[in-house]
Design a protein around this ligand. Sequence first.
Ligand code: DAH
Length: 334
Amino acid sequence: MKEQIERIRAEFQKALAGADTPEALDQLRVQFLGRKGKVQQLLRGLGQLPPEQRPEVGRLVNALRDQVQQALKEKKASLKPAVPREWLDLTLPGRKPPVGKKHPLTQVLDEIKAFFVQRGFTVADGPEVETDYYNFEALNIPRNHPARDMQDTLYITQDIVLRTHTSPVQIRVMESQQPPVRIIAPGRVYRRDTPDASHSPFFHQVEGLCVDRGVSFGDLKAIISEFARELFGEDIHVRFRPSFFPFTEPSLEYDFNCVFCRGKGCRVCKQTGWMEISGAGMVDPNVFKAVGYDPDIYTGYAFGMGVDRIAMLKFGIDDIRLFFENDLRFLNQF
Ligand code: DAH
């Protein structure tokens, strides 16, 4: 019987060495410790031994059972850290993270910037919280002048406003450099307006300014016409209408052919064939004086444009508020 015990011990050790999965260890446990297992058979065999041998052989069988139990437990623990195969299937296709997109306003702004940068303009920047001086005074809009009513202003204090237009960047740039100047200034502007399909308390403008010796009204008309064609197509014409802005003289407003009917007249343009874009003009000598440029030497043109409005035309969007609600169902379409 002792020989039998040793044989089973050897058999177990050999089997254990070859078992390297949890399943194989489980099989071994059934094979050796199960109800019909080899150790159990040994225990049953004890009954046939002479009584005086039973205690000693019984101890040996129990020792074998403990050893098998212990060895199985240790081996199982040693297998655990190994990664089960089904954890990592390298043949699966990867999961794609959703890819973001540029906001439609940013896309249009990029196009506008590219147009002017190609023509020698640089991009300038200014604060959105602006002083009365830059937003109005230096632009030839004195306090208590009726021209202040052209824009509904959000005042922070008597002297500090949320800028109502990007024109103050003109002043900041001219104060910091001598002519020639050729800049555009894109940015957010604020007005005291109740939001509706065509109004938002904040929106975006691009300011343009070109100052040098001999800059003419013709240069202004040419660059705006070229801009219209580049952005909307060769068949889009520009209409210039006389207007008034305190910081330009003469001043004009400019319209593009309606991009939906290409000038024929439709519901969107109220049958006129035209869409208002913004204002422009030749820089007023008073503005040059405010920044210390000599108006007898230099001339310049300036223009504004509404980025939101251009984006609405470009993409056929009929409500400006959609730009600011950040609804992904809207944004994903561009
Ligand atoms: N600042 C004007 C506005 O917000 C737009 C504008 C008009 C800008 C004429 C200009 C300009 O530079 O010359 O309504």
